[in-house]
Design a protein around this ligand. Structure first.
Ligand SMILES: Nc1nc2[nH]c(O)nc2c(=O)[nH]1
Length: 450
């Protein structure tokens, strides 16, 4: 149960992700932020308890907007360590096609645990593999999300264009359109929560231009419109993908997106690298969001996302760790550090500040997921908080606490609160036997790659 009224008092530093001041901390009441306090200010009404945050940097809970939880089972797998996207996918598809419900449950719990420990309180996952026996993959993930206690936007992915029809994935990994759409609708009806504080939500997410047909893109957009849920896909990740779109559809990626009815504010895209100036202007005007995945983009040598041009054009921008076979971590505060440094190479040190990047990881990411109840510290927002201590060796001698989080390489939150409830205390997840989970997950990973 969330504590009735708690004062997170006198933080060492606090980042609201807006222009509000809360140097005196904040009051949480029944799972939402009830007060932001200026320096030296006391709560307006008595509190039930206080948490002394004088050693903590307090952030809004981080929001991850792209992942593939199942890929934690194929981290650093030797055959793909040095491959770019297309051969990487073609080598991994047959392994992933063997995924079982038990393996997915373990992989999801591991990814969620790792995210939570990195300060993440809301996670989007893009699951697009539904082999025989795993038709109810998203139901398995809902269980894991409920157990770990984060919020999640579970994206019902899909693949419908197999090798035999000119697509990239093997035939046995694709599903018929009717099965994909029926499952999407079932999941929305069963699990999608609406309104402030939602814990589990569903989005529709055909995988990528080279793995689904235009028909499933159009039908997914119609279904999403009918049920008012979000749309997600990979787009403009690599030049191979661009060449595929030109060759198969006679269109560049953004024209293709437009042609299937996806260019709008309901959509957010993973990666979004290879756009020209006109395409960026169209994405911005449409309000289509982009999730920047710096580590994956470096690992697969895909390119660098034009973040500032996208933002200047009006496109919402957020961060994602991407799947753990192309990262190979699920650590969102670490991802923010990588975003800072990769984007500095493109735009220079003066423009890419820790505050800007933390803004992407919080408020920007929340916008991508269509949420205005999370991602910043303000009265009425959900009490989702990430608290980091700077007592590790890596921080010794640092001065600016907020900058130190990224520059010195924070990787583990000391405390994490979701909806007013502490889920991480002293760097440990409540009610989770992490050692047992790691042991079972390692066994499952060995079994999967055979
Ligand atoms: N980084 C990734 N890109 C992808 N495209 C696609 O179709 N699947 C993937 C994926 O798993 N990771």
């Amino acid at each position: 149960m969330p504590a009735a009224r708690i004062w997170i008092k006198n933080p060492l530093a606090l980042f609201t992700a807006n222009d509000r001041d809360a140097a005196g901390g904040l009051v949480v009441e029944n799972g939402v932020i009830a007060e932001l306090l200026g320096a030296g200010q006391a709560p307006a009404r008595p509190v039930d308890s206080t948490f002394d945050a004088r050693e903590h940097v307090v952030l809004p809970g981080l929001v991850n907007t792209h992942h593939h939880f199942y890929q934690t089972l194929t981290r650093a797998w030797a055959p793909v360590v040095n491959q770019p996207l297309f051969p990487w996918l073609k080598t991994l598809y047959p392994v992933w096609a063997r995924l079982t419900p038990e393996q997915l449950a373990l992989a999801s719990r591991v990814a969620l645990a790792e995210l939570l420990l990195s300060g993440c309180t809301t996670a989007a996952d893009h699951h697009y593999l539904f082999p025989r026996g795993l038709e109810e993959a998203i139901d398995v993930q809902v269980e894991a999300v409920r157990e770990l206690g984060l919020r999640a936007l579970l994206c019902r992915g899909s693949m419908s264009l197999g090798e035999a029809d000119g697509g990239l994935p093997p035939q046995r990994t694709v599903q018929p359109a009717e099965a994909i759409l029926a499952d999407g609708e079932r999941l929305i009806r069963r699990y999608h929560e609406r309104g402030p504080g939602a814990r589990v939500q569903i989005a529709l997410a055909p995988c990528s231009p080279f793995s689904v047909t235009p028909e499933i893109m159009r039908a997914s957009a119609e279904l999403a419109e009918r049920h008012d849920v979000r749309l997600h896909t990979h787009l403009a990740e690599t030049l191979d993908e661009e060449a595929f779109c030109l060759q198969r559809f006679g269109l560049r990626t953004v024209d293709y997106l437009d042609s299937v009815g996806w260019l709008g504010p309901r959509t957010w895209l993973a990666h979004g690298i290879h756009f020209n100036a006109q395409e960026i202007a169209r994405l911005g005007a449409a309000g289509t969001g982009v999730c920047h995945c710096p580590v994956s983009n470096m690992r697969l040598a895909s390119g660098i996302c034009p973040t500032l041009e996208l933002e200047d054009a009006g496109a919402p921008l957020g961060l994602g760790v991407d799947g753990s076979a192309s990262n190979d971590a699920s650590n969102l505060i670490f991802e923010a550090r990588q975003a800072l440094y990769l984007q500095r190479l493109r735009y220079g040190a003066e423009r890419i500040t820790p505050q800007r990047v933390l803004g992407w990881a919080t408020r920007g990411s929340a916008r991508l997921l269509g949420r205005d109840d999370i991602g910043e510290l303000a009265v009425g927002r959900q009490a989702d908080l990430a608290l980091f201590k700077l007592d590790e060796l890596r921080f010794s001698g640092s001065h600016d606490p907020l900058a130190a989080l990224l520059l010195c390489g924070a990787e583990r939150a000391d405390r994490v609160m979701v909806g007013g409830r502490w889920r991480v205390i002293d760097g440990r997840i409540e009610d989770l036997d992490l050692a047992a989970l790691i042991a079972a997950h390692r066994r499952a990973a060995r079994q999967l790659v055979g």
